[in-house]
Write a protein that binds this ligand. Structure first.
Ligand code: PLP
Length: 465
């Protein structure tokens, strides 16, 4: 392909993208595809000779598009959103075009310095005190793994990387029983082990960690000769939005001299709105590591996960490695690959720059406030459906409900709704019962699209009974 062809196809694909987005409300949200259907349409061997772009693009429309689940659909209420505001998509097109690998300052100074400034813009937007720095990672899972490795190294006097973990005793990490599975996986990968991740029961309207039980678990571990290494708090857990009382958890951590990480992957975005901070952010100052995903609710295209660090040194002491071929000469600069597990890095800060400038924080706040209001209205409409029960009240824009019947019936309704295609919902577990989650957050959704959901639920429910 020469650059003339590239330019032609680039324009065609930009037009295609705009048409695609306009067509979303008329498409089924979840792919209506059977396993194996796509693979069966793809040749088993790579072509030996070049094919025309017309043909490749034609096959893309014919084979790929029918099997896409549309995350940017205005009636996507499953999981949490993974948004892609148009200006952030444009920034990604530029990043793709430049195709720089931004592992070191010198491998693209603009990427590093833009990242430093965007971290600071977001620090201010989320009302964190000056002094927090940070790094953009691919996912909250990577940020959490970095924090868990830092807990491990700090608790072993930074000898784990050097000597391994043999003979070091049981390192213990504490979190609530509502945290995302990325915390479990980080503990597996870091060599902590599932048995040493202590899940504390939750209580209260926001399902926060029982802080008395947390302190008791740590004391018991000391008595047993275990080594407490860190606490992971959550603001906006995946199941039902469980949120810890951050200040109370921090008091325990400071008393025990434990490293702290906060998973606010989803709910962190809402903290750009001052009115939610008292309930969800009080006490956040002092957490050693905080992760939130602008790619979830804020509108930055996937992937984009911000990890704030109160002091980056413990994480650098854990992850920094500097072979000769990565050394750079000259004045002191930040080489962000020393802060993370992967060496190679994309230029992720550019989409944050485009996003915040194109909407302003006020524009982004307005969207988040609308989502929360409409989630509340949808919750009331579902509560009013005959025999339906709201199991967990809205936490920001997430609530959960049950239809009449047992757990199998809940799954039957979820599956029937997703086969119907007008909306997309997913299930969760709360206090041993299956619940249906309802999460509002698609960037361009409207009240009308959200309020269609209770009607579709009633409709599909009637067809099942
Ligand atoms: N934490 C929470 C609360 C989440 O909801 C999720 C994903 O939905 C994650 C962590 C993991 O996020 P990521 O896909 O960025 O690793």
């Amino acid at each position: 392909m020469d650059w003339e062809d590239f330019s032609d196809w680039g324009k065609k694909i930009a037009d295609w993208a705009a048409e695609y987005h306009k067509s979303l409300p008329d498409r089924p949200v979840r792919a209506q595809t059977a396993p194996g259907e796509i693979a069966a349409q793809l040749p088993g061997h790579p072509p030996e000779v070049a094919e025309e772009m017309e043909q490749i693009m034609g096959d893309f429309e014919r084979i790929v598009m029918p099997a896409i689940t549309h995350w940017q659909h205005p009636r996507f209420f499953a999981y949490f959103p993974a948004n892609a505001a148009p200006p952030s998509m444009l920034a990604e097109m530029l990043v793709t075009t430049i195709a720089a690998q931004c592992m070191l300052w010198q491998t693209s100074p603009a990427a590093t310095e833009m990242e430093q400034v965007m971290i600071d813009w977001l620090r201010q937007a989320l009302d964190l005190t000056e002094g927090y720095t940070g790094v953009i990672q691919d996912s909250a899972s990577s940020a959490t793994l970095s924090a868990v490795l830092t807990m491990r190294e700090r608790a072993t006097g930074f000898t784990g990387n050097r000597d391994g973990l043999n003979g070091k005793g049981a390192l213990r990490i504490y979190c609530s029983d509502q945290v995302h599975s990325s915390i479990d996986r980080a503990c597996w990968v870091a060599g902590i082990g599932q048995e040493n991740l202590i899940k504390i029961p939750t209580q209260g309207p926001r399902h926060g960690m029982d802080v008395g039980a947390l302190q008791a678990a740590i004391t018991k571990d000391h008595d047993a000769g275990h080594i407490p290494a860190g606490i992971i708090a959550a603001t906006g857990g995946t199941g039902v939005g469980a949120s810890d009382r951050l200040g109370d958890v921090l008091v325990v951590a400071q008393h025990e001299d434990l490293y702290t990480h906060l998973d606010a992957a989803w709910a962190g975005s809402a903290m750009i709105c001052p009115e939610f901070r008292q309930d969800f952010w009080d006490g956040v100052e002092g957490y050693d590591s905080i992760v939130f995903n602008p790619h979830k609710w804020l509108g930055a295209q996937f992937d984009c996960s911000v990890q704030f660090l109160r002091d980056p040194q413990p994480q650098l002491n854990t992850l920094k490695i500097e072979p000769e071929y990565l050394k750079t000469s000259g004045s002191e600069v930040t080489n962000y690959s020393e802060w993370t597990i992967p060496l190679g890095r994309r230029f992720r800060a550019l989409k944050i720059w485009f996003l915040i400038r194109a909407y302003g924080l006020e524009g982004l706040r307005a969207r988040i406030r609308n989502h929360i209001t409409w989630a509340g209205e949808a919750c009331e409409a579902i509560r009013a459906l005959d025999g339906f029960e709201i199991v967990t009240e809205p936490i920001l824009s997430l609530f959960s409900f049950r239809c009449p019947g047992d757990d199998a019936m809940q799954q039957e309704l979820v599956d029937a709704l997703n086969d119907d295609g007008r909306i997309y919902l997913t299930q969760g577990m709360f206090e041993g019962r299956k619940v249906i989650r309802f999460s509002v957050g698609q960037f361009d959704t409207t009240r009308e699209q959200v309020m269609m959901a209770p009607k579709v639920i009633a409709d599909v429910w009637r067809s099942l009974t």
